[in-house]
Structure formats: C-alpha cells, structure tokens
Design a binder for this molecule. Structure first.
Ligand code: SAH
Ligand code: SF4
Length: 352
C-alpha cells in the first residue's frame, strides 16, 4: 500500500516535503477541499502532484456499510486496507440557537465516536469488541480517516464545530503514540482544527498510561470507564482491574491536568442486578469525593448471547437521582442510535 498521507502531522509533512510551505497547501486540499487525488491539487506544480500521487495515498479505507438510525445518527463500518473492519458513529444532536431578533434556529451538533484498534486486548466481560480478541492497532492516519470520511460523506463544513470521542472499538491508551498523533493532526488549525478540548479519550483505566497521557499535556478530556465501585466486582467485569485497581485509577485522575472549566467524566455502565443498586451509588459518591467529576450512566446494551441484561429505566433513574441529591453531576446517556445498536462492536459483529 502507498504511504497514507493522513498519518502525518504538519510538522512531519514540512520535514518530508520541500519547499516546506507546500505542506500547508496539501493540508488544505486534504482536509478542507477533500480531494481524493494529489493530481487535483491545482496550486501545486504538475511534477510535484505526480510524485506525490506515486508515493502517497489520501484514503486507505472504504465504507463497507452504513446504518442510519431513526434519530439521525449514522453508524459506519470501515473496511481497512487489509480487509479488517472497524466502526465509527456520527451522533447527531440538536443545538438550539436563540437569535437577537427573537428567532430560534436548530443547528445540528455533531459528535463522532471513533475506533482506535481492531479488536481490544482488555477483554471486558460485557463488551462485544472484546469477544473477537485483539487484531491490531490502527495507525494515526486510520484514526484520522474515520473522521475525514464522515465529513466527506455528510458534506460537513470544515468550520462546523464537532466533538470527537475515542469510544469506538479498542482501548485508545493501549495505542497511545498513534492516538496522540491523531489528536495533534485533528487539532491543527490548517486542517480540521478540532481543539483538544473537544476531544475525549475514554479508557478502561490503564493508570500508568493515564499518567503518560497527562505528561504529554495535549489538552484532551478524559473519560474513565469505571462501571464498578469495588475491586472484586470490577475485576470480574474488567480483568484489567487486577493490574490497575480502582485506587490507582483515582490517583491517576487526581494527577491529570484538566481545564478548569472541565470535569473528568466517569462512565458507569449499568447492568441489571449486577451494579444497579443504591449501595453502589453511595460508594460511587464517596469515591468521587474531591474530584472534579461528572458521571455518565449508560444502559448496558444487550447483544445475542450476552450474559448480562439491560437495567430497568426506573433503577437507572433512581441511581441518577441519588447522585444528583448528593451534588454529583450525573447524566444518563441518551440511547442514541439504539435501533442500529450503536454500542461498540455491534455493527461489526453483524457483518462478520
Ligand atoms: N476501551 C475504551 C473505549 C471504548 S469502549 C473504554 O473501555 O473506555 C467505549 C464505552 O462503551 C465504554 O465505556 C464501554 O464500557 C462501553 N460498552 C462496551 N460494551 C457495551 C455494551 N454492551 N453496552 C453499552 N456500553 C458498552
Ligand atoms: Fe476494550 Fe473498552 Fe471493550 Fe473493555 S469496554 S474490551 S477496554 S473496548
């Protein structure tokens, strides 16, 4: 396969391409005008266009399938150059804008959920991605490409503010170097200009890697997939807890540099009769004491032969009310795209 241009930060390209100022032009063709051939980069000399076309490719994956949910969310399955597949979801929310003249405008607000690996090594008991084992890391370019293809497919304007959540398939911190590169490529002002403050890395809690991410000081937001409040249960659900227990995660979170206006998100997947009780909610409040946290409750999304069950709406609401009554910010993740089973790993499984 030709070298994927999306793998390169502006700095990389400036080192590779001479004269240097061409790198910015290439970025603009790739990320703003979204051409799919170097030959179309009209302000580059013809010879350079041909040389680039020979050596590099702009895209390496194709859209293998696409499912549109009744709420407008779109789930993509991408086929990579080696035939493996990963998924990404475009979540559509409505943003209401109140104008000075009294008019109200409803603008679509986009969040894209991207994958960082084919499969996952972490092996959580409730996760469908884990069932297929680990295959390989995605390159930085393959992470970037998911977003770029979604922009293209939906003709999303480059100026439109979008959010990125690294919550698709894989454990992003297990592929930290490529993740960090992708974060930088996304945020480049001459490219998609998606600020790190609008990017959220979700992790199962690899404490040592959270520390490394902290040291990189990229400015991204952090989400911790906590799911259980005592080590015994967490170990059953997430075997990684043996290596990095809850205390080590909380310590890493305390040391993580966060924007003053922001909070660390704690994801809590609620599974019926496993962790949906108020005693767990109580412990969670204690655990988060002194941390700038917000909690996101997620309904377990069942799949064929899954050993766990979806909790009742009533129990999830009670859980939320308890946290709110103790002053903990807590939202329930909307079941966006439920009809297209937008929980990670589920589209891929249907296509296997
Ligand atoms: N590996 C990272 C990011 C990808 S998983 C992590 O674990 O945080 C993204 C989120 O999807 C995690 O919070 C995970 O717990 C959740 N998830 C996995 N399987 C799920 C299911 N069947 N239903 C609902 N959420 C699920
Ligand atoms: Fe991997 Fe996240 Fe799934 Fe756990 S929940 S197996 S860490 S993708």
């Amino acid at each position: 396969m030709k070298d994927l241009i999306l793998n390169y930060t502006m700095q990389d390209l400036e080192e590779k391409i001479s004269p240097k100022f061409r790198a910015k032009q290439i970025y603009s063709w790739v990320y703003h005008k979204r051409v799919d051939s170097f030959l179309d980069m009209k302000n580059l000399p013809a010879k350079m266009r041909e040389e680039l076309e020979e050596k590099y490719t702009i895209y390496s994956a194709s859209i293998a399938s696409k499912q549109v949910s009744s709420d407008g969310s779109i789930k993509y399955l991408f086929k990579l150059h080696d035939g493996h597949t990963v998924e990404a979801v475009l979540l559509l929310m409505r943003d209401t804008q109140y104008n000075e003249d009294g008019s109200i405008k409803h603008l679509p607000k986009y969040t894209v959920c991207v994958s960082s690996q084919v499969g996952c090594k972490v092996g959580c008991a409730f996760c469908l991605t884990a069932k297929g084992g680990f295959i390989r890391d995605l390159s930085a370019g393959e992470i970037v490409e998911q977003i770029l293809q979604i922009y293209r497919d939906n003709e999303i304007d480059s100026n439109r503010r979008i959010n990125i959540v690294y919550m698709g398939m894989g454990e992003p911190l297990d592929n930290l170097d490529n993740l960090a590169k992708a974060i930088k490529i996304f945020s480049n002002p001459d490219g998609l200009a998606i600020s790190p403050h609008r990017q959220t890395v979700s992790t199962s809690g690899l404490s040592a890697k959270i520390d490394r991410l902290a040291k990189m000081d990229l400015g991204v937001n952090l989400a911790i997939s906590l799911h259980a409040v005592d080590d015994e249960l967490r170990q059953k659900l997430m075997p990684i807890n043996k290596a990095y227990n809850i205390a080590s995660i909380m310590e890493a979170v305390r040391n993580f540099p966060i924007n003053l206006r922001k909070k660390v998100m704690f994801e809590y997947l609620i599974i019926k009769d496993v962790n949906d009780d108020l005693a767990s909610a109580k412990k969670l409040v204690k655990l988060l004491n002194g941390i700038q946290a917000k909690v996101n409750l997620i309904f377990f999304n069942p799949y064929e032969n899954s050993e766990f069950k979806r909790p009742s709406v009533e129990d999830v609401k009670k859980f939320q009310e308890y946290l709110l009554s103790k002053g903990v910010i807590c939202t329930i993740r909307e079941s966006k795209g439920l009809d297209i089973s937008a929980a990670c790993g589920q589209l891929r499984e249907q296509n296997l």
